[in-house]
Design a protein around this ligand. Structure first.
Ligand code: EPZ
Length: 417
């Protein structure tokens, strides 16, 4: 298994290109199941592990996927299957998003229940209740959920929590269901807006995607479409935090400041200087960050996916900062690893209190999920001495060519097989 070896303590300095958003590309690629016509999706971070898993998922369901750099073409090869393989779902929970398009088109779908992961239990009850509101019946069988409905019906659905995945699943189901479906208390992340645009290009009428009320007027037969995925706000945020922690100066090319409002506000409070324009963000940081407490919230609140890297920055703050995780129940596994680097973090339930230190020291550490991995990367870049990160495959799920991108901005790191 690969490891990343980082010689830390060097300020990041330079320009880094931001890739297309993993969490927008995944549902958009899965939404190609809604049509038999060809689709072309651009700005896809196609080298990421989760994207490669998505291509395998589409192929296992009967699509042909052709990847050329960041352009992905999806074609039909005949009729689609309605059963997602457990082998793939267990590698990537987002595979459950295939349920919406398949159920709407074929009246039947069988998906393995994804199960929990390192950050929490992650049930899918909100997705299933939404499908039931559209007239589907469900039965559980040998670890799978089978949903059936001769024909889904448009419905008014109120989510008990603005779940990202449930909103996407229901938006996709509604796109292929005649009539007007309304989703209230929908997730508002920019990835919803991007999916909404793609569904519109397929021929559905979508209003309010990216707000808390989405309406979709679906069509049983949708056309093919071409679409360019939005930039990855979480990758961009991770690099900004790495820059702040190393007290460097970077320009992120391709990043959208509007998608990172809460993070940029917290960074400014911590003392970072930030400028932004159309498709770029620049950050410079000259001294130790001030302590800034955050609590994660659904968008537009502080993203849970940047909680761990934020904690890494706060290990170096002047003072004491509190980090509260409200979205997932177990997303603090990075705290103990940061402790190995000299960080002072006390975790109690969903809150971590961090007493800032002058510096961290390099150590052998281990990633436990994508963003915990990103946190260790941020800490390793800032720490004095050598850090070795094991289980890099977690980082590879969410960050394309990460060592090339960071070494292009002056970081010293390499991968060891
Ligand atoms: C998406 O996961 C992202 N994944 C996650 O990014 C991200 O952390 C999360 O949204 C929150 O922003 C993708 O987009 C592929 P949720 P998702 O449904 O859809 C509970 C990363 O690091 N919940 O909004 O699974 C759930 O347990 C990944 O790139 C239910 O209780 O997130 C969690 O506590 C990790 N029942 C909370 O809601 C449900 O039916 C948020 O989950 C659904 C969710």
């Amino acid at each position: 298994m690969d490891r990343l070896i980082i010689e830390g303590g060097k300020p990041l300095n330079g320009t880094i290109m931001v890739s297309g958003a993993k969490n927008a590309a995944l549902p958009i690629l899965i939404a190609t199941l809604l049509t038999d016509e060809p689709c072309v999706i651009e700005n896809v971070p196609s080298t990421l592990r989760d994207l490669r898993t998505t291509f395998r998922l589409l192929e296992s369901l009967g699509k042909k996927v052709v990847v050329e750099g960041s352009t992905v073409r999806v074609f039909s090869t005949g009729s689609l299957k309605t059963q997602a393989p457990y082998e793939i779902v267990k590698q990537m929970r987002a595979s459950v998003l295939a349920a919406g398009p398949l159920l709407a088109r074929f009246g039947l779908v069988r998906v393995p229940i994804p199960g929990g992961c390192a950050i929490g239990l992650r049930p899918i009850d909100i997705h299933l209740k939404g499908f039931e509101a559209m007239g589907a019946r469900r039965i559980a069988d040998q670890g799978d959920i089978i949903m059936s409905a001769p024909r889904l019906k448009a419905a008014a659905i109120k989510l008990r929590f603005p779940s990202v995945g449930a909103t996407q699943n229901l938006m996709m189901a509604a796109a292929a269901t005649p009539g007007k479906t309304t989703i209230v208390n929908a997730a508002r992340e920019p990835e919803m807006e991007d999916l909404g645009k793609f569904l519109g290009r397929l021929g559905a009428t979508v209003r309010g995607a990216g707000t808390s009320t989405v309406t979709i007027v679906g069509k049983p037969k949708l056309n093919g479409a071409r679409h360019t995925v939005i930039p990855d706000r979480i990758e961009a945020g991770t690099f900004l935090l790495a820059c702040a922690a190393t007290r460097g100066r970077v320009r992120l090319q391709g990043a959208q400041a509007a998608h990172l409002g809460s993070v940029l506000a917290a960074l400014k409070k911590a003392g970072a200087q930030i400028r932004s324009g159309q498709g770029w963000i620049e950050l410079s940081m000259e001294r130790r960050p001030k302590a800034v407490s955050i609590a994660t919230k659904p968008y537009p609140g502080f993203p849970t996916d940047l909680q761990a890297p934020w904690m890494s920055l706060m290990t170096l703050c002047t003072g004491c900062a509190k980090v509260t995780e409200t979205v997932f129940e177990n997303r603090f596994l990075h705290a103990a690893e940061l402790g190995r680097m000299g960080a002072q973090i006390a975790v109690s339930g969903r809150t971590a209190v961090i007493a800032g230190q002058e510096c961290l020291s390099g150590a052998p550490i281990m990633a436990s999920d994508i963003r915990a991995g990103a946190a260790l990367l941020v800490a390793g870049l800032a720490a004095k001495g050598r850090t070795t990160i094991a289980r890099v495959y977690h980082i590879d799920r969410g960050y394309e060519v990460v060592e090339q991108k960071l070494s292009g901005a002056g970081a010293r790191l390499e991968r060891q097989a």
